[in-house]
Design a protein around this ligand. Sequence first.
Ligand code: PEP
Length: 257
Amino acid sequence: MNRKYRKTVIAGNWKMNMLASEVKPFIEQLKENMPKTRACDVVLCTPAVMIPTMIKAGKECKVAAGGQDVSKYEKGAYTGEVSASQLADIGAKYCIVGHSERRQYHGEDDMLVNAKAKALLAKGISPIICVGESLEQREMDLTMEYVDYQVKAALNGIDATQLRRCIIAYEPIWAIGTGKTATAEQAQEVCEGIRAVIRKIYGARPARAVSILYGGSMNAKNAYELLAQPDIDGGLIGGASLKPVDFATIIAATNQE
Ligand code: PEP
């Protein structure tokens, strides 16, 4: 983390878990376990139907609500989709785009991720743009090449002012939901590389100001070490964000120099 230049963000990804009726009890438990002082922004990205409930309950302990996906279209005959205006209208401040589960199960490519990020930015929502390599790519030593490409494609046509609203999440696919975490050194290396790509496109200042999160089996035990890395500005957390005590411990792990 480097709080002098950028925000630290702890974002939970609930995926297709929990019920609206479980939100308030979750937030109450989170609040009980939350550190007294907090050095980060906290977001919970819930299924879209729970966003209003999360916004209401989250006010209790300054937890913002986010979506997990958005349509690239503004409005119209796209059954089942949710638009950026609709997310903004209910008060979502963030939205994940390009999660590997969307890429894998819904065939989303980098062009679509770029279009979705732009749709969100147009409505004032911060996209949390996910990138990350597969195990095969890591073993073939293609990690940085692939992640570079993903970052460039996702940010195509996004200007430096809009970049200030963007968050990048480095999520190696082999670490998501598997219990296998990238080592702090591996995660730092790629996050540093992502910042270098952004520097090449936008210059030193904008690159220094972008928050880059690590995601992939981050938990209450490994968060401190990962967050101690200079280019890791927070976490995108799946499994552990469903457990209020663990999530609060991760939040507390941002309280370090
Ligand atoms: C995720 O879904 O973005 C994620 C990182 O999941 P997990 O923490 O469970 O690996």
